[in-house]
Design a protein. Structure first.
Lengths: 250, 360
């Protein structure tokens, strides 16, 4: 049983025109097995929250705390956060030229498990994970995300989620750019990770359709750098019907 | 042993061709003050297949050279190591040439010829290893329809000095591909040059170099499109780490007025892994006719991509391993063109080792 606790998180970015405050005090607690959906308008700071938890160097933490089972996440390097059990499925996964998917996955698994996986079982494990997400075996020899379609990149993220078995996963618009079949396949992957590892999920999305597959326990409305309303699954339907007008004018 | 006659013009460092090179570190190769020895270090690593001979012969040069050191080599070398591949010989396995001896106390002046008969097809891998001072005039002749992959691996020990011209003369419908890898030595200066003698000829010059603290590596291409309908591609990638690591890449491509239908593109990318290193990159395309298929060049010098490192690290990979993956990935595009897994792995390990030593 793990708990990811975000308290009063404030984050800024440095731009050519000085610092811009983006997160203005975010409070959120996620426990193992729980699924929290975050919905909110473009530019409200959802990806900033995701990246800040994962430790992207672009963002400066100006206040607040993030802990995983009491351990100070903000004091950890990016790889230490992953080793502590955090995973970020990115809105825009990065291309890494010349590095094959299979080499990348094996290096990551070795780092996270503390020893190189046994070659025989590993090959089967990767093959299984790829098949489960309907990815052709040829992806293993391709370079990481290079030339992948938008949907293929997202499937590749969730394949990593299943292989690397984190405690807490942040899914930043994993549903964007997926066709209807891929949406179902990817959602099943997330649900398997939830069932197998009692994964806690922070799911950032613009659409309620993914919430039909991945049932949220809580829905949070994010606007202007913080959470402005919280509720159950029905809050998502209300947002779909009414939009964010009520929240952004506040 | 003898001291070379200094009857050639000695470069001062102000000449265009020498303006980057640290002349003082050439151990007297450029001004003739070096003591020469009659080493014949280039040997075949294994018995040669049918259709291939490797002998020492008296041969006159294939092409003129305006390089002072090459002139000294031609004046000083007594004969030419000649690897000859007979017409219509198609070799599945690479021919490996390697170095049997070397010394820092005297210089070897070496002339080498590789010649391919019509429609011959081969891969030649030259392993430049050990501790040596070596100036070399490498001339490669490709008869019509022949195809050569020429791999030169500069894996010298840290004090070695190597200056060479790798000159290819490519005839009708012949295909020349070179892969030049420079990862070892104190000063390495290579002139990969190509001349086309008939239409349909093509050349692909690929290269990687990795200079760490104090090393100087220069690669100065010259591709001369003097006939119509020839094709050339140049792609060199370099990484630098550590104080005073210095690389120079010059890409001279000349498309003469008669060279209608020329198709050429040259690319140089450099990765600066630490402060204190310097990468000079000068593409230079001279076009004397507009009737061409294409001509272009690109040159970039950059640092580690933070987004790539972040992505890898977010999967638990340490910064050190992430950098190693990115550097390996950067070089992989070229290294993977070497059709020999053992060599590929050896080079990648060497690159890892250099990266580690440089503390990048
Ligand atoms: N380098 C930067 N310079 C200026 N503004 C920035 C910079 N980086 C981020 N921002 C701003 O921070 C705000 C929050 O961006 P973020 O990506 O977190 O939004 P988001 O809620 O994920 O939006 P979307 O729904 O479009 O993905 C945006 O207004 C964005 O323009
Ligand atoms: Mg976003």
């Amino acid at each position: 049983m793990s708990t990811l606790e975000i308290r009063g998180l404030k984050v800024s970015v440095n731009t050519d025109n000085g610092t811009v405050d983006i997160l203005k005090g975010v409070d959120l607690t996620i426990k193992s097995g729980e699924t929290h959906a975050i919905m909110g308008p473009n530019g409200s700071g959802k990806s900033t929250l995701a990246y800040s938890i994962a430790g992207h160097p672009k963002y400066t933490i100006t206040g607040g705390s993030v802990t995983l089972d009491g351990a100070d996440v903000l004091a950890m390097t990016v790889d230490e956060r992953a080793k502590a059990g955090l995973f970020l499925a990115m809105q825009y996964p990065v291309e890494v030229p010349g590095v094959s998917v299979s080499n990348f996955l094996r290096t990551a698994a070795t780092a996270l498990r503390g020893e190189a996986p046994k070659l025989r079982t590993w090959v089967a494990e990767v093959k299984g994970a790829m098949e489960a997400l309907n990815m052709d075996a040829s992806f293993a020899t391709r370079n990481v995300n290079e030339g992948f379609s938008g949907g293929e990149k997202k499937r590749h993220e969730i394949m990593q989620l299943e292989l690397l078995k984190p405690k807490m996963a942040i899914l930043d618009e994993t549903d964007s750019g997926l066709d209807v079949d891929a949406l179902r396949i990817v959602s099943e992957g997330v649900n398997r990770a939830k069932a197998d590892n009692n994964l806690g999920v922070l799911l950032i999305t613009h659409y309620t359709r993914i919430l039909k597959y991945i049932k949220p326990d809580f829905v949070h409305v994010f606007a202007n750098g913080h959470i402005v309303e919280e509720g159950g699954p029905d809050l998502a339907d209300k947002l779909e019907a009414n939009g964010y007008a009520d929240y952004v004018t506040k | 042993m003898s001291v070379l006659a200094t009857n050639y013009l000695t470069p001062t460092g102000r000449e265009e061709a020498w303006r980057f090179t640290p002349l003082k570190r050439l151990r007297g190769l450029h001004d003739g003050t070096c003591v020469t020895s009659q080493r014949h270090s280039l040997i075949s690593k294994a018995p040669l297949p049918a259709g291939v001979t490797f002998t020492r012969e008296a041969l006159s040069p294939l092409a003129v050279s305006d390089d002072v050191i090459i002139e000294r080599v031609r004046g000083g070398a007594v004969d030419v190591a000649h690897l000859s591949i007979a017409s219509n010989t198609e070799l599945a396995d690479a021919i490996f040439l390697t170095r049997s001896e070397g010394s820092l106390d005297s210089a070897e002046l070496s002339r080498v010829r590789i010649s391919l008969g019509t429609h011959a097809k081969a891969t030649v891998i030259v392993e430049n290893i050990g501790e040596t001072v070596l100036a070399e005039d490498f001339e490669i002749s490709l008869a019509p329809g022949s195809c050569l992959t020429f791999v030169s691996l500069q894996e010298f020990d840290s004090k070695s000095v190597y200056t060479a011209r790798h000159h290819a003369v490519v005839d009708k419908d012949a295909t020349f591909k070179s892969i030049t890898v420079t990862v070892g030595g104190d000063v390495v200066r290579i002139l990969p040059t190509v001349e086309f003698t008939a239409p349909g000829a093509s050349a692909e010059l690929l290269g990687v170099y990795f200079a760490t603290t104090g090393q100087f590596f220069e690669h100065r291409m010259h591709v001369d499109h003097a006939v119509p309908h020839a094709k050339s591609r140049v792609n060199y990638k370099g990484a630098l780490a550590g104080r005073d690591a210095h690389t120079v890449w010059i890409g001279d491509v000349l498309i003469r007025a008669v060279a209608e239908g020329t198709d050429t593109y040259e690319l140089n990318r450099n990765l600066l892994l630490t402060d204190g290193a310097r990468a000079d990159s000068v593409p230079n395309l001279e076009i004397e006719t507009g009737e061409i298929v294409g001509a272009g060049h690109a040159s970039t010098t950059g640092r580690f991509d933070d987004e790539q490192l972040f992505y890898l690290m977010s999967r638990g990979i340490t910064l050190e391993d992430a950098r190693r993956l990115v550097v390996r990935g950067f070089f992989n595009e070229i290294i993977s063109e070497i059709n020999n897994e053992e060599v590929q792995e050896r080079l990648m390990n060497r690159i890892d080792g250099e990266l580690e030593r440089a503390g990048a």
